[in-house]
Design a binder for this molecule. Structure first.
Ligand SMILES: [Fe+2]
Length: 301
C-alpha cells in the first residue's frame, strides 16, 4: 500500500481472542492472581471462548484481504508463559509484524512478570516505524497512522481495570498534535474503552484524562475491545468535532452467551485530512453459525 490518499485502505479490527484451550499450568504458576483467573476459566470462560469461532472470524477477515490488521489485546487469559508462545504463533498466522499491530490487554499483563513475556514474544507487533518498542508507538501505513497505547496493568484479583499513566498520556498528546501536520488518518488503539457502561471494577481508571487529550488534540478513530460487545461512542474532539470510539466483540465468543457472538470490524478509509471518508463494516457469527455482515455505515461522510 502506498501513501496515495485517493486509494482505499482497509483496516481490520479484532480483539479479545482469549486463545483456548488454556495450557496446563504448573502449580508454581498458580500463585497470586492467576489462581482466581484459573478458577474463573475452568468454571465459565472456557465455555465462552471457542477456537472454532475464532477460526471462522479470522478466515472471514482474511477473505476480505485487509491492508492492515489491528488487534486490541487479550490474546492471553492468565498470562502463563506458554500463552505468550502460542499467542505469537497466532499473531504470525494473521500476517507479518509489518501488517499486524497489537496492543496488550489486562489479561495479557495479568501479573507483574507478564510485560516482559509480552515484549519478548510479541514485541515485533507492538513497535514503531523504526522497530522500537514502548508505548505509545506510531506506525504509518498508507493514509493511516496507528497509535498503540497500553492500558494493561497488573491488578488485584477480581479487578480488570486499566491504566494508561501520565507519561504515556503526555506522549500521546504530543503524538496526536504532531500527526496533525502529516495528513494521516489517526487511529488510536487501546484495549479498554474510553467510555463504558461497565462496572467500576473493569473500567479504564484514567479515562477522564484520555478524553481531555482527545478533546484537545483530536483523533480520527479510537478502536478498543475489553467489554466484548459492539460499541460506538462519540467523543468530543477539538472545535466541536466528534471522534468515534468503536469496540468489537471478543473474536472467539461462542454464540448464545450474555455478550455479543464473535465478530470483527472492517474500516474502509479514503480521502485526505479535512475530507476523510470512513465506512465501518461489522461482521459476526449469525444465527446459523456463519459469519455475516451485521451493519455497514459511514463514520465520516
Ligand atoms: Fe477480554
Amino acid at each position: 500500500m502506498t501513501g496515495n490518499a485517493l486509494a482505499m485502505f482497509t483496516l481490520a479490527h479484532l480483539s479479545d481472542p482469549h486463545l483456548a484451550p488454556l495450557p496446563a499450568p504448573r502449580w508454581s504458576e498458580l500463585l497470586g492472581k492467576r489462581i482466581t483467573g484459573y478458577i474463573n476459566w475452568r468454571r465459565k470462560r472456557r465455555f465462552v471462548h471457542d477456537p472454532a469461532a475464532l477460526a471462522k472470524i479470522v478466515a472471514d477477515m482474511q477473505a476480505h484481504v485487509p491492508d492492515h490488521i489491528a488487534v486490541t489485546g487479550d490474546i492471553a487469559n492468565i498470562a502463563l508463559p506458554e500463552e505468550f508462545r502460542r499467542g505469537r504463533d497466532w499473531l504470525e498466522s494473521l500476517g507479518s509484524a509489518r501488517d499486524v499491530t497489537f496492543v496488550p490487554g489486562n489479561h495479557d499483563i495479568y501479573v507483574q512478570e507478564a510485560a516482559a513475556y509480552a515484549t519478548r514474544q510479541w514485541g515485533a507487533f507492538m513497535s514503531d516505524d523504526d522497530g522500537v518498542g514502548g508505548f505509545p508507538f506510531v506506525r504509518r501505513r498508507g493514509p493511516v497512522a496507528l497509535i498503540g497505547v497500553s492500558s494493561g496493568v497488573p491488578t488485584a484479583p477480581f479487578l480488570a481495570t486499566g491504566w494508561i499513566g501520565t507519561q504515556q498520556l503526555a506522549a500521546l498528546a504530543a503524538i496526536l498534535n504532531d500527526l496533525k501536520n502529516e495528513n494521516l488518518f489517526r487511529v488510536v488503539l487501546i484495549h479498554h474503552p474510553p467510555v463504558s457502561a461497565a462496572g467500576r471494577h473493569k473500567r479504564l481508571l484514567d479515562a477522564p484524562v484520555l478524553l481531555r487529550v482527545i478533546a484537545a488534540h483530536g483523533a480520527d478513530l479510537v478502536l478498543h475491545g475489553h467489554d466484548h460487545v459492539n460499541m460506538l461512542n462519540w467523543l468530543d474532539g477539538p472545535n466541536g468535532t466528534k471522534v468515534p470510539a468503536v469496540g468489537v466483540p471478543s473474536a472467539s465468543a461462542a454464540p448464545g452467551t450474555d455478550k455479543d457472538a464473535a465478530g470483527y470490524h472492517l474500516y474502509r478509509i479514503a480521502g485526505a485530512a479535512g475530507a476523510w471518508q470512513c465506512e465501518l463494516i461489522s461482521r459476526g457469527i449469525g444465527e446459523d453459525g456463519e459469519v455475516v455482515e451485521e451493519k455497514r455505515f459511514s463514520l465520516v461522510a
